[in-house]
Design a protein around this ligand. Structure first.
Ligand code: SF4
Length: 253
């Protein structure tokens, strides 16, 4: 069985998409099937890293200290229950990465999904939508909301890697209340963002959210207004990146 890696967990407000502002427990899993070289560069211990906006969840070699192998789903439940001890309500559970759906068929990961669904949590999986589970075989996924962050050309990924029509179709139609979420910058808006989004979403009735590219306040601010105007023009929902507004680049937020 493929090893399951947890990179971090934290309790914060959801910063993006339909449930923006909702108190949420986040579990971030390690590994991704894409690289997204178009998403800029970052530096870590003097090394330049190209692409991806969550490198600690995709670069196991550099960030091995925070990649923890999970051997039992109860370990993950225990993490959640520890957060619950300090509050008197049920927050959302957000499973993110990296790309959590690389673990779609992992027994430990799926046992966690079943437990969450049985215990009536609102579960969102943030996914690049290139991998979909068999909803017939893994029925609990029908009660999960997928935030379908299909990558556009600004990710730098070739189209055939970032757009997998069968996976998008199954996630959009067979899960619960799933929605599209796109990351835009001004250059892409000026170019062909709208036609790329339409090509991906045509034929689906799922809500569409667009949010500005930027993992820091300055980049976010420079893209935000253009994305808001783009949303007004085409009837999409604007999503901010609330965690960046509130905490800038602080980790675990
Ligand atoms: S899909 Fe997301 S996690 Fe994967 S490489 Fe791209 S930005 Fe990083």
């Amino acid at each position: 069985m493929m090893k399951l890696y947890l990179v971090e967990h934290f309790f914060s407000v959801q910063g993006e998409g339909r449930y923006m502002g909702s108190p949420s427990i986040f579990l971030r899993f390690g590994g991704c099937n894409l690289r997204c070289p178009g998403f800029g560069e970052s530096w870590y211990k003097g090394k330049r890293i190209l692409g991806c906006d969550t490198v600690r969840a995709t670069n196991q070699k550099l960030f091995k200290d925070c990649w923890e192998e999970v051997a039992d789903y109860k370990y993950l439940i225990n993490i959640i229950e520890n957060y619950l001890k300090n509050i008197s309500y049920k927050p959302d559970i957000v499973l993110t990465g990296g790309e959590p759906m690389i673990y779609a068929q992992n027994q430990i990961f799926y046992e966690m999904i079943e437990w969450l669904v049985e215990n009536d949590f609102r579960v969102t999986i943030e996914t690049n939508s290139t991998i979909a589970p068999s909803f017939k075989e893994f029925q609990a996924y029908k009660n999960v909301t997928f935030a379908m962050a299909v990558k556009l050309s600004n990710s730098g990924e070739p189209k055939e890697r970032r757009i997998v029509p069968d996976a998008i179709n199954r996630l959009a139609k067979e899960s619960k209340n799933s929605f599209f979420k796109f990351t835009l910058d001004q250059e892409l808006i000026n170019k062909d963002a709208q036609s790329q989004i339409e090509e991906i979403c045509s034929g689906f009735s799922n809500e569409i959210y667009c949010m500005p590219l930027g993992d820091n306040i300055s980049d976010l601010q420079s893209n935000a207004l253009g994305v808001a105007e783009f949303c007004l023009k085409y009837g999409y929902n604007y999503s901010d990146r609330l965690h960046v507004r509130l905490w800038n680049r602080e980790e675990k937020r």
